[in-house]
Design a protein around this ligand. Structure first.
Ligand SMILES: [Zn+2]
Length: 287
């Protein structure tokens, strides 16, 4: 199986050729400015011309909500095009190939699920980076929901007295645990400001840094236990720049072990790197 994989971000687009589950080549370019989906699809296909004749299918992962109508957003400012944006239909019409499209965090979740050594039935993927996102697999199928919202677990409210989130709610996991939230807390604490990487480096001997990271890890631990209670998951996979930062996963697992037994769940590190979304996009056709 040869699939053209396309990962659409707010600022850049990655395209690659996936043969039998392996990413064999990739390229990246700035997200084009386009007023309509026809132009946008045309520009992507032009940039992928060298692979187009070789592939059987096209798998797309994208920022935003993916529904039958196309791509839309919870926050329209994060998308570079008008919504709903019927990109999959346009790619299919112009290329003549079957096209499948997923939200990018859902695509990464699907890739991580496929990478698990022990096949499990129910799993969640959580990425903690600039924001907090994820995807959910139930009964070995990626759960997307009718409007594509499934897996936006960063917007679970866990503290009604907590900080305001960019989504408009108060006390979302994202507003407490994300890299952005950590940086905000760090900047209020340290002068001159330090990076999140430096914050993790000094945490072992600096109680203030330790407290900031612990607050984030505690929010993620709560999210994990909530997901276990709601969905009776078998495992959770944690990724993202913060999720995979020094000692973070161990903290989350330690905090989970302090919760009641019924809500405890094993959290393991993500296998994928920056190409998890591309591979997940292609893996829609893998079986
Ligand atoms: Zn939110």
């Amino acid at each position: 199986m040869r699939t053209l994989a396309i990962d659409i971000g707010g600022t850049k687009i990655a395209v690659g050729l996936v043969i039998d589950g392996q990413l064999t080549s990739r390229e990246q370019f700035s997200t084009p400015v386009a007023n309509n989906a026809e132009d946008f699809a045309q520009q992507i296909l032009t940039r992928s011309q060298q692979w187009l004749e070789l592939v059987d299918s096209i798998g797309v992962s994208t920022t935003g909500l993916v529904s039958k109508a196309g791509i839309s957003a919870i926050n329209p400012d994060t998308l570079a095009f008008p919504t709903p944006f019927p990109l999959a239909d346009c790619l299919q019409q112009q290329s003549g190939k079957p096209v499948a499209m997923l939200n990018d965090a859902q695509a990464a979740a699907w890739y991580e699920y496929k990478m698990l050594d022990d096949k499990v039935d129910n799993m969640a993927f959580i990425t903690v980076s600039t924001g907090v996102g994820g995807g959910i697999v139930i009964n070995r199928q990626l759960h997307k929901g009718n409007v594509g919202l499934a897996g936006h677990i960063g917007h679970s409210v866990i503290d009604s007295q907590g900080p305001t989130c960019g989504c408009g709610q108060t006390g979302c996991v994202e507003a407490i645990a994300s890299g952005t939230a950590i940086k905000k807390a760090s900047d209020a604490c340290f002068s001159p400001p330090i990076s999140n990487i430096e914050l993790f480096e000094i945490a072992s001997h600096n109680p203030q840094a330790e407290a900031i990271i612990d607050r984030s890890a505690n929010a993620i631990a709560t999210l994990c236990c909530n997901l276990k209670a709601t969905l009776d998951l078998d495992i959770i996979v944690l990724g993202g720049g913060i999720g995979l930062a020094l000692g973070y996963l161990d903290r989350v697992n330690q905090l989970i072990r302090q919760r009641p037994q019924a809500f405890q769940i094993s959290v393991v590190p993500a296998q994928g790197d920056y190409d998890a979304c591309l591979l997940g996009a292609a893996y829609q056709f893998k079986d």
